[in-house]
Design a protein around this ligand. Sequence first.
Ligand code: NAP
Length: 490
Amino acid sequence: MTTHALLTPTEVWRAKIYSNGWKNPGLGAESVIEKATGAKLGEIGIASPEDVSVAAALAREAQKDWAKTPGPLRGDVLREFARLVLVHADELADQIVRETGSIRAKALWEVHMSAREVLEAAALGSQPVGVLTSTAEAGRQSIARRIPVGVVGIITPWNSPFILGSRAIGPALAMGNSVILKPDSQTPVAGGVSFARLFEEAGLPAGLFHVLPGGADTGAALVKEPLVDMISFTGSTRVGRQIGSIAGGQLKRVSLELGGNNPYIVLDDADIEAAASAGAWGAFFHQGQICLTAGRHLVHEKVADAYAEALVKKARALIVGDPFDEKVQLGPIINERQAANVERIVAETLAKGAKALTGGSRNGLFFEPTVITGVTRGMAAFDEEIFGPVAPITTFRTDDEAVELANATEYGLVAAVASANLARAQSIADRLHAGVIHINDQTVLHEVYGPIGGVGASGNGFNHSTLTNADQFSEWQWITTRSQIPVYPF
Ligand code: NAP
């Protein structure tokens, strides 16, 4: 069943923020824009630093009762949220298409995967809340139990705003925290209003969840706010460094999921047609605007020409345009600044001697899928996260050289290896500096069950998954009990 009643009528939330109901914001309103057409979709309120402080005080108060609510009942609210996500799947997907420029298949995948993320989070509420630990002292009972962190500030980017919000909001609430969400200013409805409307329908108690749209100033105010106990940030390494340093100064818990420059290694024994198909998906899906995008194609020199040829064929067959057209496979780049940056990276790389086999130019925000060969270290397409539909190919001669090239980056998010020889691929994988590694698949895989997180400049090790979410969004507390106070030497 699908309905379109969630985000309309827009009067409910037009030019507002969500903080104990819909409110007028401190900093006025901004337009919400459809990326493919430039059409104005509506207006959203911009939260001021004062709005952040008010929300934090409300969130702190509401969190006290929520922490006392039995976990399975917290889980019930999240299960209802997940059910409503599926009821409103079409409407949510439409909004994602409009605001992010993704094709509809990607938006629908994002919606369904988000429901799964929140269902998994809901189940955390019925997991054991602690353990009886060993103790070396007779007569002492020793317990370790999980307690909520408190108020969690969540800052998300625009590229997959619903799933990146869901994967943090769900477990944060399940573990008994309250949440203040600062969505990206380019996707405030898909990444902000949607959650507020769904939680309203799901019956989440007042004050526990706030949506404060705004830009960097609103985000910075959230990070600095003393009543916020933890920041969960997904976005660029540049901003992640700033947030990490401010949060560190306040000794505030901070989870950083940052950028990547992900190597996709193709060995000379790989099935080249299959490897190129996977490589095309990894490079071009969502216009290459995913943290997990295959940003560097490292290909054995013996098969490099065949790989490049197959990849070019894939790239040339892709249809670029308005993502509401069912035939279209690549939508627009998110904004002019980002499109110009992709163009700069391509131009600088070509100026240093690399060769574009296809693509390389754009029509406004619509960038052609691009394949570049002869890319080496020191070229922008090798050194930088591109965040556009560009596949730079770099060749290598030995497995050791492949490893060295793959690790020649400060990032460490995901890496992939394609080979017919699993032992050889595993031996390469064992030497890669990355939080996620896939053998015989491409880099853009997302599941809630396997831990996703980066090392190096890609993050600080707070993985998102069923396995790790409870640790991320709770503290351990040690409690000992004796029936009588023991006798001490003095
Ligand atoms: P960004 O510029 O870092 O923005 C991300 C969020 O931070 C936005 O909500 C932004 O607000 C906010 N922000 C900006 N400056 C801030 C500040 N000084 N203090 C607090 N908040 C601030 O990220 P982006 O470039 O748009 O997003 C793409 C990046 O995210 C890529 O590098 C990508 O690899 C990374 N990413 C990583 C993951 C992962 O799981 N590792 C997933 C997706 C994306 P406004 O934009 O509204 O100003």
